[in-house]
Design a protein around this ligand. Structure first.
Ligand SMILES: [Zn+2]
Length: 66
């Protein structure tokens, strides 16, 4: 199931502080979602800006403890 915008998830490069949406300039931060890898207990972290529902990836990856 995909939530939020259907647009492609673009990569953003954080500079100084990360709270502003590159698409609509919303500046109160973001929600997060996790895209599970199919092969291991890791997930990519996606940022979702609540104003326009654009999703971005920063390159963060988390792992779950066994
Ligand atoms: Zn936005």
């Amino acid at each position: 199931m995909e939530l939020g915008s259907k647009k492609e998830i673009e990569r953003i490069e954080p500079r100084e502080e990360l709270y502003r949406c590159p698409s609509c300039d919303y500046s109160d931060g973001f929600h997060v979602s996790f895209k599970m890898d199919k092969t291991d207990r890791k997930a990519g972290v996606h940022l979702i800006f609540p104003n326009c529902h654009s999703r971005f990836r920063v390159g963060w990856k988390i792992s779950f403890s066994p």
